[in-house]
Design a protein. Structure first.
Length: 427
């Protein structure tokens, strides 16, 4: 499905969707436990993949209006009856691959075309170092995967600059091994705040994991046991980034985002990026409310080492801001649902922006001319689709964004919200 977005303004109040990262972890942690209630979960294509995986390992997930009742498998996953289909979700595939290594038998994990082209090698290698079995069926470090155990813990050495999800996966599974897992990182950790999110969720489930001089460690023999049997998911700052960007670019009367409470999410850095660009933005942290209104923005330099998912949003802001925006440390953003550095470079160039793409840097010379509406490929990637839709609000004429159904991955009602806020959208 396509959306035609015509230059228009937005205003009003919008509730942030629940965090995808916290929801994945809470569902899997409830799976590792005897069970738990997950309140305010994100129910989306990606988190449904994690629900299916927990069910595959012998748990169950009952969906209610504002919560999930998860019955867990108590740290001892069954060998699934069928393959685990992780669909488009990298988080699911990495986190539940480590779960498979706890099983007394083999699990097959697969996903869609995009997921089957993303790197899994370092995690397979880690399971191999723990004496589990972990293979890529095509021998190229990509899914389909065949994984089995049971591992009983140990020490692994993996790179930190491909995906932080390997660390998250090993910490979550390591807690229920006999001996625990120590992770030595051979290269600097990228996307580090996502491991902070993991440690925060583990703590809420009564599990200790820690940063060490060389990486991370989790003791074995621990039980997942959430306080009062429940966990509440906070709002999602990656999703909030699109809402704030539309406010800063296209809300002369202002836009308020609710459900924006501080948490371990690195992507709350979007607030600082927008303020540095000159946006009129205030964040009432206690109330969880951010107010932003249309402002003249100036280019900035931003490292996305910790915040890869912000790249598409910042690229759009940079294309409209005066001067140059330089997004550095972005190599790992190429390993997502699509190569997002190339995708944003191509799409913004097609819309008339001046963009230079290098391997680890994206430079956008904004402000020289207005963006032009045209047809852009959403690359079946939710973040490319949402960020280009924001660009469509300020581009001259109409922007057609292709493949908009893929927002279902992280922000299923994105286009409903856009319309409610007053944007001219037809789909
Ligand atoms: O653990 C998580 O929830 C995530 C980690 C990040 O991936 P990498 O660690 O692969 O960069 C991020 O891009 C992804 O959207 C969600
Ligand atoms: C990269 C993302 O998620 P995942 O790695 O779970 O596919 C994302 O949501 O932008």
């Amino acid at each position: 499905m396509d959306a035609d977005i015509t230059k228009s303004t937005v205003s009003g109040t919008v509730q942030a969707p629940p965090s995808k990262s916290y929801t994945h972890r809470a569902i899997l942690a409830a799976g590792y436990a005897g069970g738990a209630t997950v309140r305010d979960p994100l129910v989306s294509a990606d988190t449904k993949a994690t629900m299916r995986a927990v069910e595959g390992y012998g748990g169950s997930v009952e969906r209610h209006d504002d919560h999930l009742d998860v019955t867990g498998f108590d740290g001892r996953p069954e060998v699934p009856d069928d393959v685990i289909d992780c669909a488009n979700s990298g988080t699911t595939m990495r986190l539940v691959t480590a779960t498979a290594a706890l099983g007394d038998g083999l699990t097959v994990l697969t996903g869609d075309d995009s997921l089957r082209s993303r790197p899994q090698g370092p995690l397979l290698d880690a399971i191999d170092q723990l004496d589990g079995r972990a293979e890529s069926t095509r021998g190229n470090g990509q899914a389909p995967l065949v994984v089995g155990g049971p591992i009983d813990g140990g020490r692994v050495s993996i790179p930190g600059d491909v995906s932080s999800q390997y660390v998250t996966a090993l910490l979550m599974a390591g807690a229920v091994t006999e001996g625990g897992i120590e992770i030595d990182l051979k290269t600097e950790l990228k996307s580090a705040p996502y491991v902070d999110i993991t440690i925060e969720v583990l703590e809420a489930f009564g599990v200790d994991a820690e940063q060490t001089a060389d990486g991370f460690a989790v003791a074995g023999g621990q039980s997942y046991d959430p306080v009062d049997g429940e966990y509440t998911v906070p709002g999602d700052f990656s999703s909030i980034s699109y809402l704030l960007a539309m406010g800063a670019l296209a809300a002369p009367d202002g836009l308020t985002v609710t459900g924006a409470h501080p948490s371990a999410q690195g992507d709350s850095a979007i607030v600082d990026v927008l303020q540095r660009m000159g946006a009129d933005l205030t964040w009432d942290r206690e109330a969880g409310e951010i107010h932003v209104s249309q402002s003249d923005l100036s280019g900035v330099e931003v490292s996305v080492a910790d915040t890869p998912d912000l790249l598409p949003t910042i690229a759009v802001l940079g294309a409209v801001a005066d001067g140059t925006t330089t997004i550095v440390d972005c190599e790992h953003v190429r390993y997502k649902e699509t190569d997002r550095v190339a995708a944003m470079s191509e799409a913004l160039t097609a819309m008339g922006a001046s963009v230079e793409e290098e391997h680890d840097t994206l430079t956008i010379h904004g402000g020289d001319s207005d963006l032009d509406g045209t047809t852009v490929d959403g690359r079946a990637d939710h973040r490319i689709i949402m960020s280009l839709s924001v660009a469509g609000l300020v581009a001259d004429g109409t922007t057609t964004v292709e493949g908009i159904e893929h927002v279902d991955v992280s922000f299923p009602n994105f286009f409903d919200e856009l319309e409610t806020l007053g944007a001219e959208v037809s789909r």
